[in-house]
Design a protein around this ligand. Structure first.
Ligand code: SF4
Ligand code: SF4
Length: 359
């Protein structure tokens, strides 16, 4: 069984995005790695995935260099805010399978939530990576807010021609509920119709033999064809996060929550990790879509930050996108057949590269 290890390289961040707040309190997530990397050797096997995470992982490039050298037979991935891409040494760049970069869509929305000038710096950094010949998977990770227009923002990022895949996560339940205002109006009149238009675009690409890298559609299709962990991001089943002080947790966001606790490095075996399964409660446990939707996100499923309304909103969006893919399976098959593609060509990601699949 292949596992993904999400390694915090630091709790510090060089941005302070409005939906996140920036660096962790060092008492909760230390800003330096305090354990010996050798301890990880008992858990990691060749072929596993190592994903560098933070805070901003590129603030500790030395740790990344050590880990890439030590775990030379693993796949290496970085999730970064994209401001320090020029710090990645050439020999590390050549070893990276995927770089996931945060961008929220068009310039104004990215700069509104992440900070003035962020869009241009990140896009410039990604452009340089391409000019340097980086041939791995570059994924734009969008945080979707009530100002997002999913069709506009996804197509904008696609049109830049820099990204292999676009993924997004809904920020509802992470923000103050009052900020979302007309939540249900946004879901019904903006998000759902936007998804329908994106599906139309995706299928028209397939007719021409082009697989447009809309990661949620591809990931959901993969789960329909092959199944996968619950939740789809794999947290606590095939993906584990290691904090800078050596704590192992299931979901990288859940740095304080008891349900996410797995153990300390040095006290947990590979066997225990491989055998671990999450507890899923209602309404997901008895949902007919559970094998595809996977309860969407373990953190929001467990924490229920907006109470019943949050559960319902997240579920409505999840149900809609899963059913959108299911409803279009016939058209997808027809288009792929006509252009000589196979359904398996559409499935993404090939391995758990930390794209969470369900937005
Ligand atoms: S569709 Fe809703 S109830 Fe069903 S698994 Fe997903 S979030 Fe849970
Ligand atoms: S999708 Fe949810 S459970 Fe998975 S890593 Fe993100 S916050 Fe954690």
């Amino acid at each position: 069984m292949r596992l993904t290890f999400i390694l915090y390289t630091t709790g510090r961040c060089n941005l302070r995005c409005r939906y996140c707040g920036g660096s962790f309190d060092p008492a909760k997530v230390p800003w330096r790695v305090e354990y010996n990397l050798k301890l990880l050797e008992d858990l990691v096997r060749g072929g596993d995935v190592i994903a560098y995470y933070g805070g901003e992982p590129l603030l500790n490039i030395g740790f990344i260099e050590d880990a890439v050298e030590r775990f030379w037979d693993c796949r290496h991935v970085i999730q970064t805010n994209g401001l320090l891409l020029d710090r990645i040494p050439r020999e590390i760049l050549d070893r990276l399978d995927a770089i996931l970069v945060s961008l929220d869509g068009v310039r104004w929305i990215t700069d509104l939530w992440r900070g003035h000038g962020v869009y241009d710096r990140v896009v410039g950094g990604v452009r340089r990576l391409r000019e340097m010949g980086f041939a791995g998977d570059i994924v734009a990770r969008m945080t979707v807010t009530f100002e997002s227009d999913i069709y506009r923002d996804v197509t904008h990022l696609l049109e830049l021609g820099l990204f292999d895949h676009i993924h997004w996560q809904l920020s509802m339940v992470w923000l103050d509920r009052r900020l979302w205002g007309d939540l249900w109006g946004w879901i019904e009149s903006s998000y759902k119709p936007g998804l329908e238009r994106l599906m139309g675009l995706w299928i028209s690409g397939l007719w021409h033999g082009e697989i447009i890298g809309i990661a949620p559609f591809q990931g959901i299709l993969k789960r329909i064809l092959d199944g996968g962990p619950t939740p789809p991001c794999g947290s606590g089943e095939d993906s584990f996060a290691v904090l800078t002080d050596g704590r192992i947790i299931s979901c990288p966001i859940a740095v304080e929550e008891n349900w996410a606790w797995v153990g300390m490095l040095g006290t947990v075996s590979r066997c225990e990790l491989e055998g671990r399964r999450n507890f899923i409660g209602e309404p997901c446990r008895s949902c007919e879509l559970l094998s595809i939707c996977g309860a969407r996100c373990l953190y929001t499923h467990r924490e229920r930050l907006w109470g019943d309304e949050g559960v319902e909103a997240v579920c409505t969006c999840s149900r809609h996108i899963v059913e959108l893919v299911r409803r279009n399976l016939g058209r997808i098959e027809e288009a792929t057949g006509m252009s000589g593609l196979g359904m398996e060509d559409l499935a993404y990601p090939e391995y758990n590269n930390t794209v969470e699949i369900m937005p």
